[in-house]
Design a protein around this ligand. Sequence first.
Ligand code: MG
Length: 248
Amino acid sequence: MGVFIKNDEQISLMRTASKICARTHELLQKHIKPGVTTGELSAIAEDFIQSNDAKPSFLGYRGFPAAICASVNNEVIHGVPGLRKLLSGDIISIDIGVCFKRFHGDAARTIAVGTISEMHQKLIDVTEQSFFAGVKCCTESNRLHDISNAIDDYVKPFGFGIVQEWCGHGVGRQVHEDPQIPHTRQEKRGPRLRRGMTLAIEPMINIGTYDISMLDDTWTVVTRDGEYSAHYENTVLITDGEPEILTL
Ligand code: MG
């Protein structure tokens, strides 16, 4: 399957989906505080997305049971919302996909709950900045691996682990489509970037090693060493000039 180039009409639908996704994140950030449960956050997101005539992309995706992914502390991605109450000192990674008229926008943020340690704040900041290092390479003359290499180069000096087994991806007609976008250095150049490509770039960064494992729920990906992990993602449109970040 090749990389799907979007036309203006499709990009316009993705802009709307992505804007709703960004607003859902803003709304949840107001509710993320000690005492709230991850299930309550998912319900708030689901209501808001539906009130904008859109659908949560992840609900029912391969059987996923909730509107958002909510991954706390040592959970990397795909945490299932439920009865867990957030505590001061936690960090929570929220991943939201929104589908508007069959086109998707996808974004993730890691948010501090109450007061967190300096080290965990640093993890969140480095993860976010590594995304922006990757986005700087999202121009037409570049190849896909330029994004991967820029993220790896940015993170390496901090000594954090970059998750390798889960990657960024094309997004648009499907919430996951080609190409796969690794966040670590790649020898293979991958496809040339072209205007009209829409990419979800989403570094997942661990304080310890990059090693991960899966919980018995068969969804939640956790760090193998139990250290905390952060996630930052946006849907990015390649243009003939600067890239456009649709989910900000
Ligand atoms: Mg996502």
